[in-house]
Structure formats: structure tokens, C-alpha cells
Design a protein around this ligand. Structure first.
Ligand SMILES: Cc1cc2nc3c(=O)[nH]c(=O)nc-3n(C[C@H](O)[C@H](O)[C@H](O)COP(=O)(O)OP(=O)(O)OC[C@H]3O[C@@H](n4cnc5c(N)ncnc54)[C@H](O)[C@@H]3O)c2cc1C
Length: 263
């Protein structure tokens, strides 16, 4: 583990929640001061005899919480997630002392509606926004002048790891609307909710919720292909690039047909 005066904390895993076979969350004690804003990410790492492997992870928890929370997806041949997946309560991981990122909720601009679109673990920053605003709402510091509209997509309903929490909040407060959707309902026959990819539901819900480029900012988080598709859809519906925020979680590996043709 890194020395105490280094750029890293040795953070301790306090709680683990398995959501499905390849999705889970950790609650983590940073073991030091870790200021951040909702929507930022932390850099977590695991140390092997060969290398210190680090990756960015959006923070699910809100700044007022004592501990940090993260929502992970296993990438089977990845460097970090198989090691995090094998980690247990009490284990230590590295945490860079500074939070990073600009994927924060814009409450100061002209847009009072916030259309938040995610795939699977991409819901993490939105949970942080909700937890922070909920606290302010309860303390009467947030009037509800800004409204959040969430489309949360997964292949099957059990991948929507924070849907119960978000549904609970949406039932209680007037400033939050939430639609979870599954794109493979044939693998989830019990599912009675919305069906289809978030990409396919943008038009329907922007019309239903009356979200327009004049009053709405769009946030996209998670799978890079979703981000690319939805960016195109909302651009064609009149949103300007400066009213679209995006956090892509990885660069997809593309099959190189040119190289194959040249072989
Ligand atoms: C700002 C930011 C925030 C992030 N927040 C989260 C988060 O909250 N939760 C989370 O699980 N991940 C998050 N990620 C992704 C995370 O940083 C890692 O990329 C991911 O966990 C894979 O790490 P790995 O070392 O296991 O795989 P790597 O060894 O890095 O990946 C190997 C290859 O797999 C592909 N790949 C990587 N991730 C995925 C994926 N999810 N699905 C399919 N293919 C993939 C890539 O093409 C990559 O080259 C975030 C990324 C960014 C940039």
C-alpha cells in the first residue's frame, strides 16, 4: 500500500452489495479527507506485484455522506474490475486524494430542467445529485425550481441497481421523474415497465415531459455508443452542443476491418 504522505489513501471497503453476477456496489471509508462535488469521480486502484492499476469511478454517494459509494460493472478481461470484484469487506484499495471531473448538475444556468440519461452504472452521478438535492429539499434550502428527469437503461431489470432508491425519491418529491427501461425484456419476462433502449425513448419522453432545448440541459452517462446515438438524436431535435454534457465510461474496442482486408 502507498505511504501515508503519498497522493493516495489506502481506502477500506466497508460494505458490499451484490446486484447481479457482474454488478455490485461498495461503500468505502476513504480513510482521510476527500472533498468532492456530486457528479465527480474518484480514481481507485489495486496494486499487484507488477503494477498499480488505476481507473476512474463515478461517485454514487453525496458530499454530505461520511463514506463513499461506487457502482461497478465487471469487465471480465479487464485489469481492475476482476480484482475489485474479488475484493471483500475489510480489503484495502487505493484512492487518489483528489476527486476529478466536471459532470456536475448545472443549477446556475438558464436551464431549469435536467434530462439525465444513463446505461447501467452510468446512473451513479445521478444518484449523487438526487441524494444531495434531497437533503437540501428536506432542509428547505432547495425549492424544487430545478427538475430532474431520468431515463435509466439496462438489458434486464436486475441491472438497474439504484431503481428502488430513485423510485422511492421520485414518489416523495415533486422535482424528480424516473423511468427505468429494459432492452431485453424477453430475458426478463416478469418485467412490466418501459421497454427499449434509452436511445429509442428519447423522443417519447422529451415530448411527454415537455422538455425543450430552451429550458432543458441533457446529461449522458455510461456506454459510449449510447452517448453517441443520443447526442445525435438530441442534436437533431434542436439541442446545441453546449447544452449537452457527457461522461463516456470507456472507448469501445472496434474491429479493424481495414487491417483484416489488408492481411
Ligand atoms: C469518468 C469515468 C467514470 C467511470 N465510472 C464508472 C463507474 O461508476 N462504474 C464502472 O463500472 N465503470 C466506470 N468507469 C469505467 C472504469 O473506469 C473502467 O474503464 C472499467 O471499470 C473497466 O476497467 P478494467 O480495468 O476492469 O478494464 P480495462 O482493462 O480498462 O478494459 C479492457 C477493455 O474493455 C473495454 N471496456 C472497459 N469498460 C467496459 C465496459 N463497462 N463494458 C464493456 N467494455 C468495456 C474497453 O474497450 C477496454 O479497452 C468510468 C470511466 C470514466 C472515464
Amino acid at each position: 500500500m502507498p505511504a501515508a504522505d503519498s497522493k493516495f489513501y489506502s481506502a477500506r471497503i466497508l460494505e458490499r452489495r451484490d446486484i447481479s453476477s457482474d454488478l455490485w456496489s461498495f461503500r468505502v471509508d476513504p480513510c482521510g479527507e476527500f472533498p468532492y462535488r456530486s457528479g465527480q469521480y474518484a480514481t481507485l486502484g489495486v496494486i499487484t506485484p507488477e503494477k498499480h492499476h488505476e481507473r476512474p469511478y463515478s461517485i454514487v454517494s453525496a458530499p454530505h455522506e461520511k463514506f463513499l459509494e461506487f457502482f461497478f460493472e465487471l469487465v471480465p478481461r479487464g485489469q481492475v474490475t476482476p480484482r475489485l470484484h474479488a475484493s471483500r469487506v475489510g480489503d484495502q484499495i487505493t484512492l487518489r486524494k483528489n476527486a476529478k471531473g466536471k459532470f456536475t448538475l448545472d443549477l446556475s444556468g438558464k436551464h431549469t430542467n435536467h434530462f439525465l440519461i444513463s446505461t447501467v452504472t452510468g446512473v451513479a452521478p445521478y444518484v449523487s445529485y438526487i441524494r444531495a438535492l434531497y437533503r437540501e429539499w428536506k432542509a428547505s434550502n432547495f425549492t424544487g425550481a430545478h427538475k430532474l428527469f431520468i431515463l435509466d437503461g439496462g438489458s434486464r431489470s436486475w441491472e438497474l441497481g439504484y431503481s428502488s432508491e430513485i423510485k422511492g425519491a421520485a414518489a416523495e418529491v415533486p422535482w424528480l421523474k424516473y423511468v427505468p427501461t429494459v432492452s431485453r425484456p424477453w430475458e426478463d419476462p416478469e418485467w412490466k415497465g418501459e421497454m427499449g433502449r434509452v436511445d429509442d425513448l428519447i423522443r417519447k419522453y422529451s415530448d411527454l415531459w415537455k422538455l425543450t432545448p430552451a429550458d432543458t440541459k441533457v446529461y449522458l452517462c455510461g456506454h459510449p455508443d449510447m452517448i453517441e446515438n443520443v447526442r445525435g438524436i438530441v442534436r437533431r431535435r434542436g439541442w446545441h452542443e453546449d447544452a449537452i454534457e457527457a461522461e463516456a465510461y470507456f472507448v469501445p474496442l472496434r474491429h479493424d476491418f481495414t487491417a483484416e482486408a489488408e492481411d
